[in-house]
Each structure stands twice: as structure tokens, then as C-alpha cells.
Design a binder for this molecule. Structure first.
Ligand SMILES: [Zn+2]
Length: 255
């Protein structure tokens, strides 16, 4: 039946359109994933730089601490000449020892900071290198996504044109009917009858309906009683029947 052939062609176009649209819909997520990887590498570099900066500030503070304690020791020593009593001398000596202990502590901290600074310098360099690598990979991935997107859009334009051509062959009523089933069953409107069953939902076709379907001159359209899809039947060709007879487990599948 000619109308069934037109409907099958329409379904084939719609299924391909659906595939391409599904592909197209996945692109924003892919782009977001690429952007997220670059953003993560940037955050990593910023954190490394912030740690490096904090270490430099700490180092300056400890350097200043060392200087201040040294200054205090110099002052104490200057006061020694004015000391009159043994007690006062001992007290001053104690202050000097305390200050020298503070110098030692500040110098230890300073050394720790200098070791840490080397580590942070290494981290900044590593993060910077990683970011550059991630950006190169991301640029390649974005270009690939853009090319795939352009390809998909071109396919959609071609399929839309093909759809317009096929739709023009089908009556408005039948098209409405097709669209209703299409919405319900995700673009699979027609189902081939195989082994006297609806190949989409597996429901058995009543024997008299099957007999009707096989009449070559029928103009009637048959629907699956369960899933409401439009049914069609392809008589197996002599070759396919022979092949099926030779390989009983591989039924002919050329719809
Ligand atoms: Zn069915």
C-alpha cells in the first residue's frame, strides 16, 4: 500500500531527526564539562598563588620580628654601662637572654617559611603548567564539539527538507493520526507484524486481521489493539524464506 510506504518513510525521517536532536541537545552539557575542567585548573593556580603570597607576607613579618628583637638586644647592651647594681645587671642580662631566644624562634620560623616558599613556588609552576595543558586540550575539545554541532545542524536542515517532501504526500487526517501516535510512542508509529505479532509490543494479531492484512488489494489500515500503532506486513521473499529455512534461528529481519 502506497500510503504505508509514505508513512514508513516519514517515520524513518522522524527517527533520524530525533537522533540528531538528541545529539544536539547533549552539546551544552559537553561544553559545560570542558569549561568546568578549565575553571578547576584556574582555581588550582589561584590557590597556589594565594598560598605563595601568604608565605611571602609571613616571611616579611618574621624578618621584621628578627630585626626588632635584635634592635632590643642592642638597646639592652647600650644600657649596661649605666648599670649600678648587681641585681639590675642580672635583670638586664635576663632580658637579653629572653630577646635572644625570641630571635632564635623568629629565625626558625623564617627558615620554615623559606622552605615552604620553595614548595609553593614549585606548586605555582606545576599549576601553571597544568592550566596551559588543560586549556590546549579544551580548545581542541571545543573545536570538535563545534564541528559536530555544525554537522548535526546541517543534518537537521536536510532531514527537515526531506520531511516536508514526504509530509506533502500524506493526507492531513492521516498526518494528525500519525502525530498522535508519534507523541505517545516516541516517533515509532508503525510496527511490522512478525510471527503474527506486533513487533513493537509483542501483542498477537488476530488471525482474521492477519489474513486481511495479507490481501494485496486491501486499502484498510490496521492498528495494534494494544499499543495502537499502525501495523504493516511484509511478505517474506522466496530468498529470505529459503535462508530462514536453512538457518531457523535467524529469522529474516529486513523490514
Ligand atoms: Zn502493538
Amino acid at each position: 500500500m502506497k500510503v504505508l510506504q509514505d508513512l514508513l518513510e516519514l517515520q524513518s525521517v522522524d527517527l533520524r531527526l530525533n537522533d540528531v536532536r538528541t545529539r544536539l541537545a547533549a552539546f551544552p552539557k559537553k561544553v559545560a564539562e570542558v569549561d568546568a575542567r578549565v575553571a578547576a585548573a584556574k582555581t588550582d593556580l589561584e590557590q597556589s598563588k594565594a598560598s605563595q603570597l601568604a608565605t611571602i607576607k609571613d616571611r616579611k613579618k618574621y624578618e621584621l620580628d628578627v630585626e626588632q628583637w635584635k634592635e632590643r638586644v642592642r638597646k639592652y647592651k647600650d644600657q649596661t654601662s649605666q648599670i649600678k647594681t648587681n641585681e639590675a645587671y642580672k635583670a638586664l642580662q635576663h632580658e637579653v637572654e629572653m630577646a635572644e631566644a625570641e630571635i632564635a624562634k623568629a629565625e626558625d620560623r623564617l627558615l620554615e617559611q623559606m622552605v615552604a616558599a620553595e614548595e609553593y613556588d614549585r606548586r605555582v609552576k606545576a599549576s601553571d603548567k597544568l592550566l596551559k595543558e588543560v586549556e590546549i586540550v579544551a580548545a581542541g575539545q571545543r573545536a570538535k564539539i563545534d564541528a559536530e554541532k555544525a554537522q548535526a545542524e546541517q543534518e537537521i536542515a536536510q532531514l527537515d527538507a526531506e520531511r516536508s517532501r514526504v509530509v506533502a504526500l500524506i493526507s492531513e487526517n492521516l498526518l494528525d493520526h500519525y502525530d498522535r501516535i508519534s507523541k505517545k510512542h516516541h516517533h515509532v508509529v508503525l510496527a511490522e507484524v512478525r510471527d503474527e505479532k506486533c513487533s513493537a509490543c509483542g501483542m498477537r494479531v488476530r488471525p482474521h486481521v492477519f489474513q486481511e492484512m495479507r490481501r494485496t488489494n486491501t486499502e484498510e489500515m490496521f492498528h495494534c489493539e494494544t499499543c495502537t500503532r499502525i501495523l504493516y506486513y511484509v511478505e517474506p521473499t522466496a530468498a529470505a524464506a529459503a535462508a530462514a529455512a536453512r538457518h531457523p534461528n535467524s529469522a529474516p529481519n529486513d523490514a
